[in-house]
Ligand binder design. Structure first.
Ligand SMILES: [Fe+2]
Ligand SMILES: [Fe+2]
Length: 198
């Protein structure tokens, strides 16, 4: 299945109007990598395209608006998100997307919700977006190219690489680790240790 080209065109216009040029380029880069990874790993390409295009659609909203949208939709906001509302962008995006574009695919929404931190339970679409967000071609750090290469043959190993990279960066900056990142990392490491010993 592919997406309706008219809907994709409407989404692209919206993104172009509501994101900075650099972020818009990022989103298009995420789509490119997400589609490649989806094809490689047997993930639905229509869902991969939607999740990639829409994952950062509210990233540039002011803090107050993000807080307001979270409140209006009854989203639980933790202390980290209260302090840094930008952390909410993945969780708030599905509400905006449902209203504006009529998308109501929970698998796509979950991938959007989990794209920054990862999650304890990650499906293959979640993994594709999590990795593509990190390693799309506009990302210039060397780890991006390494992760892109790794993701081609071992998506889960690429997810772990990304988690480790993000955690290291957070620790080096002496910033707090969001509990979702911490739990997601532990769950994946536990799973890989268990699989090795089975
Ligand atoms: Fe994001
Ligand atoms: Fe992103």
């Amino acid at each position: 299945m592919t997406n309706d080209p008219d809907q994709i065109a409407r989404i692209e216009v919206y993104l172009n109007e509501n994101l900075s040029p650099a972020r818009f380029r990022h989103v298009l880069g995420v789509r490119e990598v997400a589609l490649t990874l989806a094809k490689r790993h047997g993930v639905d390409i229509a869902q991969a395209e939607l999740a990639a295009l829409l994952h950062d659609c509210v990233k540039e909203l002011p803090d107050d608006e993000l807080r307001g949208l979270a409140k209006r939709h009854g989203l639980q906001v933790d202390e980290h998100e209260q302090q840094t509302p930008g952390l909410l962008h993945g969780k708030v995006a599905p509400f905006v997307v449902a209203e504006r574009f009529g998308v109501n695919d929970e698998t796509v929404f979950d991938a959007m919700r989990r794209h920054s931190t990862g999650a304890v339970e990650m499906g293959s679409l979640d993994q594709v977006l999590f990795v593509a967000d990190f390693c799309e071609p506009n990302r210039t750090y060397t780890a991006a190219a390494e992760v892109r290469e790794l993701a081609g043959h071992d998506l889960e190993a690429a997810v772990l690489e990304v988690m480790q990279f993000k955690l290291r960066k957070t620790l080096l900056k002496k910033q707090p680790v969001h509990p979702d990142s911490f739990h997601a990392y532990n769950a994946l490491v536990d799973k890989r240790i268990k699989n090795r010993t089975d």
